[in-house]
Design a protein around this ligand. Sequence first.
Ligand code: NAP
Length: 304
Amino acid sequence: MRAMVVRRFGGPEVLESVEVPVPEPGPGQVRIRVAAAAVNPVDLATRAGILTTAGVIPPREVLGLGWDVAGVVEAGSGFRAGDAVIGLRDRIAAPLGAYAEQIVLDAAAVAPAPAGFSPAEASTLPLNALTAAQALDLVETTGTVLVTGAAGAVGGYAVALAHARGLRVVAVASDRDEAPLRGLGAEFVARGPALGDRVRELVPGGVDAVLDTALLGLDALDAVRGGGEFVAFAAGAAPIPLRGVRVRSVWIRADGERLAELARLAEDGTLPLRVADVLPLAEAAAAHERLAAGGLRGRLVLTP
Ligand SMILES: NC(=O)c1ccc[n+]([C@@H]2O[C@H](COP(=O)([O-])OP(=O)(O)OC[C@H]3O[C@@H](n4cnc5c(N)ncnc54)[C@H](OP(=O)(O)O)[C@@H]3O)[C@@H](O)[C@H]2O)c1
């Protein structure tokens, strides 16, 4: 089967299409024929070697790319051949990822695909909705939560899930994203300088918690009340815990049962599944260039 891998770090040009043996599922695993694989910022950081430098990925000769998959079960346990599924590959140092024609995952990392969506749409759910849900699990407040990067993949799901949980949500994004974010139930603050001051005009004293998906660090922490909560989303993105703010980091883990719940929230319209564009797997390098350029709304998705 064909797969995209990296054997040296660099720009999009280091992505290589290689022929590898079809992976066989072991006990408790399933093999999925990939119909769609979403392209995420973590793939760009893996390809560029940033995560190896940061100590998140140990040195490896070959790294697979792609965490998010939607496809059809071919073999294995826990699902029937032919089942439409979604899944998450959370073993970041593995030599094969979702940028491939087939992938083997633990059945515990897989869930039924949401009904009524294309594989491309369904593939945008696992990594970013699970991250948003697991980040919200870290937050104890029942009050007001600020979401930075709210127009992004994690941020959009975080806004929707926080609103569904009954929290007051303040979204930070570009002006052009105000209407869709208000549609998800959020109040809105435009991104830009003096964020803490502008959030405090809306929420006197500051918000109870921030989910900092835009990696703003201290600028986002400034919007949080003393003794509040801060959730960071990347290595090195956790700020100094000034004013008694409790700072935590979320690190995604695969969870098929939770993913099944999130798929149901997509089906009932709580979670919008957004696709920016669909490209052939062989054009993964072009997808990386477009994601790096910024400004996308929804995910780029690769189809083998
Ligand atoms: N720790 C984990 O387990 C985990 C899991 C998943 C993702 N992540 C990380 O979470 C972060 C977000 O991921 P994502 O997939 O949501 O990325 P994304 O879709 O690219 O979204 C990021 C959003 O932040 C916006 N943004 C950038 N600078 C901003 C600013 N100064 N103020 C407000 N918004 C700003 C971007 O806007 P523009 O596009 O207009 O620039 C974009 O809408 C990434 O760093 C990713 O690696 C971590």
